[in-house]
Write a protein that binds this ligand. Sequence first.
Ligand SMILES: [Zn+2]
Length: 94
Amino acid sequence: MIDTPGIRELGLWDAREGIDDTFSDITELFDNCKYSNCTHTTEPGCAVKKAIENMTISSERWKLYCQLRNENEWGKNKAVNICKQKLRNKISRT
Ligand SMILES: [Zn+2]
């Protein structure tokens, strides 16, 4: 369904634009979040969480996006680490 071509090469990228462009299906969802400062972790009305629940985007893909963004600019953002942990738990349970 949703493919992630050349994902290994992404590890070499450090441009936020490159990541957001590659994951445009995810970043477009951010506009639909209820809160403009949504961290996409625990907020009610989060479009990302909804999309994962609806299988519009896979949790694996979201996790990957979090990882890449985390490595680039969200390194100090605890919310993303929480997000990664939650998804890791979710995946290990399935
Ligand atoms: Zn959100």
